[in-house]
Design a protein around this ligand. Structure first.
Ligand code: SAH
Ligand code: SF4
Length: 412
């Protein structure tokens, strides 16, 4: 079990705004465009049409294999062309407002993105969780969330806006920069991202926001992240988590093809209406039907059902029985998430013993039921703790939260 190191900020690695050039709203970014869109953009800027294809593959390589963020580093592209690209476009990274490293190695970045249209700059969080043999990056898809799941901290923040594909990918690119996960910049042309020894092996769309309410941009970003000539993360190592936007579930399987996670949390509509209010619109019956219809579903490609353990709310053995009954016949994994508290919440995490009994029951019923170890709680990086921007936590709230964690989770 992870020990909770309360971090008062002194030993967290913090960094000032990135010293390198950062993204501005002035020029369009080439990050996040499909190959076809890149070609159109280049031709529009004056690149001869007959060169477009070749230029697109060169750019793709620099952007997604080498991870460069400055045209001047693209040494197989002529100076004149680099100058032309520089005049019209940007490939700069977003500003890193803060980077924190937890006692357990979890990292959290706070990014600031420039305004889109008439808006203002926004801030979002991204979390990296290293584990034995793998490393998972948890990406945000929206600034805030329109859904108001009662146990989720992000749900207390209003939706400010959807992130663009560029901004979703930028989280991955910066994380790879910071973790040293791109190949050496001076490797010979044609270098590929090694599949062994990568720091980031998995991506989960489980940060801030509901990814299926930002379908198009999430799709664009994930198709680029899984592109075999670029970032080349296998779709089996990318998981999209949804609170249950039923009409988009099968579509996500068909058009994106990544692994699916469902934030279930309750086994009857009355309780789920309270915990995950989108259930009022798309009740359990419809949600389960959509899961059964998920393309590619099999024992090798199971759906993950996330179940947050809330003391005296959904954690009894009767609940475990109902869960097994509800999921009968669906190739599934059940991920038990100890509730992560935040200031102002009325929920408490279930007792550790209760969680273990619950896990044992569903395990005996034939389901893998890992208990998700809370990671990075000391830097508020654990599930449901992400929140930023206008409502960033005041110090006094943070201290209250720390006190709650000590009181409520002493057993860990
Ligand atoms: N909006 C999407 C993805 C982001 S939330 C969704 O709801 O699925 C990622 C996961 O964290 C979800 O399963 C969510 O229910 C869970 N979560 C939210 N708040 C939590 C909290 N305080 N403690 C533990 N898990 C939480
Ligand atoms: Fe939004 Fe997911 Fe939080 Fe619900 S659990 S409020 S859908 S981020």
């Amino acid at each position: 079990m992870t020990s909770i190191t309360i971090d008062h900020g002194a030993d967290a690695a913090r960094m000032p705004a990135a010293a390198t050039r950062t993204l501005s709203a002035e020029k369009p970014s080439l990050v996040g465009l499909s190959r076809e869109e890149l070609a159109v953009a280049l031709i529009g800027a004056g690149v001869p049409e007959r060169q477009a294809r070749m230029r697109v593959s060169q750019l793709w390589h620099w952007l997604y294999v080498r991870g460069v963020s400055d045209f001047s580093q693209m040494f197989n592209i002529s100076k004149d062309l680099r100058a032309l690209l520089e005049r019209h476009f940007t490939i700069a990274r977003p500003e890193i407002v803060e980077e924190q490293i937890s006692g357990d190695g979890t990292r959290k970045w706070l990014f600031r993105f420039p305004p889109r249209g008439a808006g203002r700059p926004v801030e979002i969080e991204t979390v990296y969780i290293p584990e034995e043999g793998r490393g998972t990056l948890c990406l945000s898809s929206q600034v805030g969330c329109t859904l108001t799941c009662s146990f989720c901290h992000t749900g207390t923040q209003k939706l400010v806006r959807n992130l663009t594909a560029e901004e979703i990918l930028a989280q991955l690119l910066v994380a790879r920069d910071r973790l040293g996960d791109f190949p050496e910049r001076d490797t010979p042309d044609g270098a590929i991202v090694p599949s062994e020894g990568r720091k980031i092996t998995n991506i989960v769309m489980m940060g801030m926001g509901e990814p299926l309410y930002n379908f198009d941009e999430v799709k664009r970003a994930l198709l680029i992240a899984s592109d075999g000539d670029g970032l080349s993360l296998s779709k089996r190592r990318i998981t999209l988590s949804t609170s249950g936007v039923v009409p988009e579930i099968v579509k996500a399987g068909e058009e994106i093809g990544v692994m699916l996670a469902i934030s279930l949390h309750a086994t009857n509509d009355d309780l789920r209406d309270l915990l995950v209010p989108i259930n009022k619109k798309y009740p359990l019956k419809d949600l389960i039907a959509a899961c059964r219809a998920y393309p590619g579903l099999s024992n090798a490609r199971r759906i993950t059902f996330e179940y947050v353990m809330l003391r005296d709310v959904n954690d009894s053995i009767d609940d475990a029985k109902a869960l097994v009954k509800l999921l009968k016949g669906i190739p599934a994994k059940i991920n038990l998430i100890p509730f992560n508290p935040w200031p102002g919440t009325n929920y408490q995490c279930s007792e550790w013993e209760t969680i273990e009994k619950f896990a044992d029951y569903i395990n005996n019923a034939g389901y893998a039921s890992p208990i998700r170890t809370p990671r990075g709680r000391d830097i508020l990086a654990a599930c449901g703790q992400l929140k930023s921007d206008s409502e960033r936590m005041r110090r006094v709230d943070r201290l209250a939260l720390e006190a709650m964690m000590i009181a409520g989770h002493g057993e860990e």
